[in-house]
Design a binder for this molecule. Structure first.
Ligand code: TRP
Length: 337
């Protein structure tokens, strides 16, 4: 299917999907396989909106110049990796300022008791030095506003967002009870792609731990990182048989390789017919085959920043049309119009 989203007019048959993307500026292969690639596969079946959440990113310390760069890079990377603006809406959160108004209104449907229980707030506030700002505390209300502004029904997220999603449902229920049926209760959708561990195979792949392969690493970098990546520690010598199920490289094969290569690497590892280097070479080939077109699209887009600005404006304009309609309804219902 190649039809474009109908901007909320006649899309009753397709469920509304919304998700937010942190403007971290890099996308690693774990983010890509677990989120972007899964979302790109939903474009035909759902009415999809994806948002680079710059307002959320402001709740922890940052440099303004870096923020500008990261918003741009994240937008372009997500587009290059498959979030096609012809088949979905991709936009930057702050470009649709209605979200801040809805956030304020929803603030009054949010319980302090619920916010106090948020584990992500506890974790993040332990990491910041100095005062903890109110934005970090009310982060989940802004996330609820993101979702409800677009009346989204299905929210593809990582399992670290379960509590925030339950909170958004609660806010929707409170609003609906107090002011009449307005918002659907958003359902989380969890990816079935295995979560990739970092190259060290100790922690999950993450930007801050520097144990990742970036979507923009070139073929040489991909190979160098895979070559030195941790494997099943039982395979000390090439002749030692291994256990693919506990090897991070095998998990990567399951995410990036075709079925015959997955089988080949599993069998070869168990029987010690292949060494880790053979196995990694095959993986590098498959990974590069998938990343090549993404790197090329990224380079093409990044070379034309004016075109990227236009695409950002177009995405925001389409989202704003929906946001305006929701806000008119909301202002009426809460009694300020
Ligand atoms: N909090 C989400 C995260 O850190 C990002 C996000 C912001 C989001 N707004 C959203 C996700 C709305 C889903 C829906 O990953």
């Amino acid at each position: 299917m190649t039809e474009t989203p109908t901007d909320g007019k006649t899309s009753h048959s397709r469920k509304t999907v919304f998700s937010g993307i942190q403007p971290s500026g890099i996308v690693h292969i774990g983010n890509y396989a677990g989120a972007i690639r899964t979302w790109a596969n939903m474009l035909g079946e759902y009415d999809c909106t994806f948002c680079v959440v710059d307002l959320h990113a402001m709740t922890v310390p940052y440099e303004p110049d870096q923020m500008r760069r990261r918003i741009f890079d994240t937008f372009v990377l997500n587009m290059a990796a498959g979030l096609d603006p012809e088949r979905s809406r991709l936009f930057v959160q702050s470009h649709v300022p209605e979200v801040a108004e809805l956030c304020w209104i929803l603030m009054n449907c949010a319980a302090m008791g619920d916010l106090n229980r948020m584990t992500q707030f506890k974790e993040k506030s332990e990491r910041v030095s100095g005062h903890i700002n109110a934005g970090l505390f009310t982060y989940p209300v802004l996330m609820a506003a993101d979702i409800l502004l677009y009346k989204a029904e299905v929210i593809p997220v990582g399992d670290d967002q379960t509590q925030h999603l339950e909170f958004a449902r609660e806010v929707a229920r409170r609003f609906n009870t107090q002011f009449g049926d307005t918002f659907p209760e958003p359902e989380p959708l969890f990816s079935d792609v295995p979560r990739l561990m970092g190259l060290d195979a100790k922690d999950k792949m993450s930007k801050s731990l520097d144990n990742y392969i970036s979507l923009l690493d070139d073929e040489g970098e991909v190979w160098e990182k895979l070559r030195t990546a941790a494997t099943d520690p039982a395979r000390v010598r090439r002749t030692d048989p291994g256990t693919p199920e506990i090897c991070n490289i095998f998990t990567m094969h399951r995410v990036f390789s075709p079925p015959q290569d997955i089988e080949w690497s599993a069998d070869g590892c168990r029987t010690a017919d292949i060494g880790c280097i053979d196995c990694k070479k095959c993986l590098a080939r498959n990974m590069n085959e998938e990343l090549d077109p993404i790197r090329a699209r990224y380079a093409e887009l990044a070379a034309h920043p004016e075109r990227v600005r236009e695409l950002m404006d177009e995405g925001a304009a389409r989202c704003r049309a929906i946001a305006r309609a929701t806000m008119e309804e909301v202002r009426q219902k809460v009694g300020i119009r």
